[in-house]
Design a protein around this ligand. Structure first.
Ligand code: MF3
Ligand code: CO
Length: 249
């Protein structure tokens, strides 16, 4: 069931989105060689709590942390650990969200640890831009397939592949709501986009094949071929005036 939000509810979601975005920004600024992924997780946790909000990934289906921190060939859902030390050249994807006022924010970005390779930089830039292509396609009267097609065409034109096994989603009083928002698709197909819909658009883009596999920890998802992956996400509202990014710092 798709839940449409009123203007007042969108304002409440904007607050959840803002806290999520600042937490992500602070976490990203802490990405440096020598820092553990647990330290980064703690920065996000403390900021979210300080705002009077709750980290909405924590305990979600048993997930044990505030953030998902996924490095290099890890695509998503990497579990922060004090044993996992970031090193020079790593591509570090951080995904996190906050809940306040009964509403959720969800956002992700990939950060460079020190100097990264030109290949890693290009993947990161392409994935960020693919997210914005998807957001630009998120207009009332269009369809969910318009978003996926925009992301997919942009990424594939640059020689990359789009992860199929994980997708974006509706978001609101629940972290995951209908509809699913794949990062691939066909224009004019799928659910009709309507004012009041709130979507987490989140391309996961791979340097090699789109195949992924889940690790024995039950969470960490890696590329099957060991090549790099990047991930960017915003929570976006469909409005009569076009898409509005709710996860703004
Ligand atoms: N960040 C994921 C998403 O964007 C949700 C993470 S699942 C969790 O949908 F269990 F790690 F919280
Ligand atoms: Co999400």
């Amino acid at each position: 069931m798709i839940v449409l939000k009123t203007k007042r509810e969108l304002d409440l979601m904007r607050e959840a989105g803002h806290i999520s975005a600042v937490a992500l920004k602070l976490a990203g600024e802490a990405v440096q060689p020598g820092v553990s992924t647990e330290e980064i997780d703690r920065i996000a946790y403390e900021y979210i709590k300080k705002c009077g909000a709750e980290p909405n990934f924590l305990n979600y289906n048993g997930y044990p942390a505030t953030a998902c921190i996924s490095i290099n060939d890890e695509v998503i859902h990497g579990i922060p650990s004090k044993k996992r030390i970031i090193k020079e050249g790593d591509l570090v994807s951080i995904d996190l969200g906050a809940r306040i006022n009964g509403f959720n924010g969800d956002n992700a970005a990939t950060f460079a640890a020190g100097r990264i390779s030109p290949q890693a930089q290009r993947l990161m830039d392409t994935t960020r831009e693919a997210l914005y292509e998807g957001i630009r396609a998120a207009v009332a009267g269009g369809r969910v397939g318009d978003i996926g097609a925009a992301v997919q065409e942009y990424a594939q034109a640059r020689g990359y592949s789009v992860v199929r096994d994980f997708v974006g989603h509706g978001i609101g009083s629940k972290l995951h709501e209908d509809p699913s928002v794949p990062n691939f698709g066909i224009r004019k197909r799928g659910v009709r986009l309507m004012p009041g819909m709130t979507l987490a658009i989140e391309p996961m883009i791979n340097e090699g094949s789109y195949g992924v596999k889940t690790m024995p920890d039950g969470w960490t998802v890696k590329t099957v071929d060991g090549k790099l992956s990047a991930h960017f996400e915003h929570t976006v509202a469909i409005t009569p005036d076009g898409p509005v990014i709710l996860t703004k710092a």
